[in-house]
Design a protein around this ligand. Structure first.
Ligand code: NAI
Length: 209
């Protein structure tokens, strides 16, 4: 896989570029200058030029950026030209909300099954999914070419679950559990934490006082 030399800070900005460029395409806007892009995204024009220079010269002096080409290229860099199979573990409040959101599938991330450990949950239907017994997760991952595990269980048992997922050959974990999981370097963990975001909001509101 290429682009290993791109800094994490740039990578963290790419999804935002991708989203804004997608919005521009929806509005049939085919080209844009770094200054205009700066006005809508909020990064400085020089930051934008620097970021996008990482991927070969897209911008042309006096023309700006070709929105469609740039959108496609950033999509490729993000790996969005690939389809991913995912499983979700922990079909509680958060797990069900994630499973109910159709946008992930549209973006190429297909949730193949939901798993839970609670016998009272197993067999229930959420959307098109019947909740499966998490005892069977290793087998399912191996048989269904699953790349990503979405973890929505409580803290307790989360490292044990991560170990099992790793042993079953999972490549990436989208981790909603507020725990830093210990996994081999070859497995990618992306943590999501709404509480941290909320605390940032709290700080910024305080700073406004
Ligand atoms: P919940 O109690 O509604 O659901 C948890 C589900 O996991 C239950 O159905 C339970 O039976 C199942 N479960 C427990 N241990 C399991 C195991 N070892 N294997 C398989 N299934 C197992 O809890 P809720 O509210 O959905 O929260 C789930 C997790 O998500 C918690 O760790 C919570 O802290 C976290 N969370 C994270 C957020 C974030 O922004 N990252 C936001 C909200 C919750």
């Amino acid at each position: 896989m290429g682009n290993k030399n791109i800094s994490m800070a740039v990578i963290r900005r790419l999804p935002k570029y991708y989203r804004y460029l997608g919005d521009l395409l929806d509005r049939d806007i085919q080209r844009i200058s770094s200054k205009e892009l700066s006005d809508i995204i909020g990064f400085t024009a020089s930051q934008i030029r620097q970021d996008l220079n990482n991927f070969g010269g897209f911008g042309q002096q006096g023309y700006g950026y070709n929105v469609d080409a740039l959108h496609k290229e950033i999509g490729k860099i993000l790996g969005l030209d690939t389809k991913y199979n995912a499983v979700l573990i922990g079909a509680g409040n958060l797990g069900q909300a994630i499973a109910n959101y159709s946008g992930f599938r549209k973006a190429g991330f297909e949730i193949k099954a939901l798993f839970d450990a609670n016998p009272r949950m197993i067999g229930l239907k959420i959307r098109d999914f019947e909740i499966l017994d998490s005892e069977d997760i290793e087998e399912f991952i191996k048989e269904n070419d699953v790349d990503i595990a979405i973890m929505c269980i409580p803290k307790k048992g989360s490292q044990e679950l991560a170990d099992r997922l790793v042993n079953a050959g999972i490549k990436g974990i989208w981790n909603f559990v507020p725990v830093d999981l210990d996994v081999p370097e070859s497995v990618i963990v992306e943590n999501v934490n709404l509480t941290e975001s909320l605390f940032t909001l709290s700080y910024l509101m305080k700073a406004e006082d």
